[in-house]
Design a protein around this ligand. Structure first.
Ligand SMILES: Nc1ncnc2c1ncn2[C@@H]1O[C@H](COP(=O)(O)OP(=O)(O)OP(=O)(O)O)[C@@H](O)[C@H]1O
Ligand SMILES: [Mg+2]
Length: 263
């Protein structure tokens, strides 16, 4: 065997070795193959290579904007992986909540550029909430349209936490007050208004946990007060159905706004 042939065989065997390795990695993502577009699969490999995740398990939820999966980090702990669809009909809706945000400049309606900003907005909002000690999933990592965050649920069984609308809330009066306090702390400490708060976006895990915060706006947003009132109205309406005597949502909103004005 001449030198050239020997070198060629060496390269072939190295390529084979890499292919085998690659195939083994592919197994980690087999549940999502065929469901996830190849560019997003590439993002998952990026997250795998930098050690954020090592596997993806079943879907927790499939929505119109995004799917949420239970994943696993390198230590074997569960994480939640929210994968935003790169093509969506929701761009007009998204635009309203991102345009004018000083954290995101030159926002365009095209989903290819808007979606990664939208996912990054959720990551940044989670970070603000988390730092202000408002209960949300802790953000872990973000890459293009894939957000990795703390898994809220039973880490032993891998079962995600239920939404508050699907459980019997223990002492609804106390939990109503706790949620209003979370809204207040979001405003005064995190500087955010959730803007899509309802029983559909609050999990129950030893207490209420806010989720789905991509549309949350800074308190300086043109419509922040309107969204704050809407959030409070949704929550009061829900708890009224559970026989809680709530204060008028307008009074609660004014009280929260006054806390900032007096500072
Ligand atoms: N960190 C998490 N841990 C556990 N489960 C989660 C987590 N984040 C989201 N989920 C689950 O995934 C569902 C969808 O998440 P989210 O509300 O953020 O996405 P969405 O795109 O708005 O979906 P939808 O349109 O259904 O509201 C939630 O209702 C919840 O059941
Ligand atoms: Mg939601």
């Amino acid at each position: 065997m001449d030198k050239v042939e020997k070198k060629r065989r060496q390269i072939d065997s190295e390529l084979d070795r890499r292919k085998t390795k690659r195939r083994r990695d592919d197994d980690e993502f087999k549940v999502v193959e065929g469901v996830i577009d190849p560019p997003t699969l590439k993002i998952l490999y990026k997250l795998l290579n930098r050690g954020t995740i090592k596997a993806l398990h079943g879907a927790i939820s499939t929505g119109k904007e995004a799917n949420v999966y239970r994943g696993e980090d390198v230590e074997g702990n569960s994480v939640a992986v929210k994968i935003y669809r790169m093509s969506t009909a929701e761009t007009d809706f998204m635009f309203e909540y991102i345009v004018g945000d000083p954290r995101f400049r030159n926002v365009r309606r095209k989903s290819r550029t808007l979606i990664p900003k939208w996912a990054l907005k959720e990551y940044k909002n989670l970070k603000r909430y988390h730092e202000a000690s408002v209960k949300v999933p802790a953000p872990i990592d973000i890459e293009r349209n894939v957000l990795v965050m703390e898994f809220i649920g039973d880490h032993q069984t891998g079962l995600p936490a239920p939404l508050i609308r699907n459980i019997k809330i223990p002492s609804p009066v106390d939990i109503f007050n706790e949620i209003i306090e979370m809204i207040e702390n979001s405003f005064t400490k995190a500087g955010l208004v959730h803007a899509d708060l309802s029983e559909f976006n609050i999990l129950w895990h030893d207490g209420p946990v806010f989720i789905d915060v991509s549309q949350a706006v800074l308190t300086g947003h043109d419509n922040a007060k309107r969204y704050l009132f809407r959030d409070i109205q949704n929550i009061t309406q829900y708890f009224q159905k559970l026989d809680v005597e709530t204060e008028d949502p307008e009074v609660i909103t004014k009280h929260i706004l006054s806390l900032c004005e007096s500072e």
